[in-house]
Design a protein around this ligand. Structure first.
Ligand code: FAD
Length: 339
């Protein structure tokens, strides 16, 4: 296991914040995971795992051991009459993996195309986009339990997934995911539950034309590229705040005051569009030093270059305060904060 001392993490977080790690360990083999924990514990040092760094705010240097997840590999594990089971190692790039599954003829992950990051991080916040959440396609995962020092297999049910949530969010230091197994249907059906996708394919459906997984993949990539900044050009972590879920009573009160409020039914509650709330408070496109709010989507905070995590968190706090004062709604931050 290669370990660098005082390594910069600038290229390992999509905000491009220039912080460093005391020890940066490159995890390239499954056996590196217990070794990494052993090293950190021997030195009574703190430790953390980084994937692609696309859901993090690094607001300070990382002390102790930082493990960069780089374990590669993907293969068809098993199949039944109805499903294929595909396993991917935690360090695989998520979008490349989705692309590969389609090339192999396995549809089912296309709605989650172009989400940055690694396969191993996908269960952590139960990634979701365009009408699909990881919880609907994940079968199980393998992880190292850092408490018992044993390898465990967790099913999707064990992970207790909900909107941007899993058990890993409660206890960030317990499990290190080494691989994820996906269960994809052999009889593929397009998932057009997301209104924008349904609209894009309405004509094909009406004319009874074939829709392929690749068609959906291409459309998702097209929509995402138009809406979200490319982290290689403008540092960001995608949506910075969760869309708040509120009761029907609270929703009705907001609707009375703001008839144009953007919200969607979420089981017996309502999910508010956090981007709309932020935009109404006048933050869209604003700039504070080297950080700011993206001018095409107020839910995305950006680093224009040279900004710091602390500056970004200050701006996030201003946004949270203003949204709360205006709507009485608390915005919670999506990325994991290291400060
Ligand atoms: C432009 C852009 C668009 C995005 N769009 C979406 C979207 O549509 N939907 C969505 O859900 N998210 C989205 N995201 C957020 C992000 O891409 C996902 O959350 C992604 O899964 C994070 O992967 P990562 O490898 O970069 O994780 P990191 O940011 O490196 O880590 C995130 C957390 O997971 C932990 N972690 C990482 N790997 C492991 C592992 N192997 N075992 C245990 N813990 C681990 C880390 O310790 C950290 O706490 C977007 C981000 C960007 C920049």
């Amino acid at each position: 296991m290669k370990i660098d001392l005082h390594a910069t993490l600038r290229a390992h977080n999509t905000f491009g914040f220039d912080v460093s790690a005391d020890y940066l360990a490159y995890l390239t083999e499954v056996s590196d995971i217990p070794l990494f924990i052993q090293k950190a514990e021997e030195q009574q040092a703190q430790w953390q795992i980084l994937g692609g760094g696309s859901n993090l705010v690094l607001a300070a240097d990382l002390q102790g051991y930082t493990g960069l997840m780089q374990i590669k590999g993907r293969h068809l594990l098993d199949q039944t009459d109805t499903h294929v089971f595909i396993e991917a190692m935690a360090g695989e790039d998520w979008h490349e993996f989705v692309t590969w599954t389609l090339e192999q003829g396995y549809g089912g992950l296309e709605n989650l195309a172009l989400i940055p990051g690694t396969v191993g991080a996908t269960p952590i916040q139960n990634i979701g986009a365009y009408g699909l959440e990881l919880s609907q396609v994940m079968d199980s995962l393998e992880a190292f339990d850092t408490q018992t020092k044993k390898w465990v297999q967790l099913t999707a049910a064990d992970c207790q997934f909900s909107y941007r949530y899993s058990i890993f969010k409660n206890d960030t230091k317990r499990y290190i995911v080494s691989s994820v197994c996906f269960k994809l249907p052999k009889l593929w059906q397009p998932n057009l539950t997301y209104a924008e996708l349904a609209k894009a394919f309405a004509e094909k459906i009406e004319k009874k034309q074939e829709i392929t997984p690749k068609d959906i993949f291409n459309k998702v990539c097209e929509i995402r590229s138009a809406k979200l900044p490319d982290p290689k050009i403008l540092g960001n972590s995608g949506s910075f705040f969760h869309n708040p879920i509120i009761s029907t009573v609270q929703y009705q009160k907001i609707k009375e005051r703001f008839p144009n409020v953007v919200a969607y039914p979420a089981e017996s509650d309502w999910k508010l569009a956090a981007g709309w709330l932020i935009e109404q408070c006048g933050f869209k496109g604003c700039r504070s030093g080297y950080v700011g709010v993206y001018d095409k989507q107020a839910l995305v905070l950006v680093n224009h270059g040279g900004g710091t995590g602390t500056e970004l968190l200050d701006l996030a706090q201003q946004i949270q305060n203003k949204v709360f004062d205006t709507f009485g709604v608390k915005l919670s931050i999506e990325p994991v904060i290291y400060s």
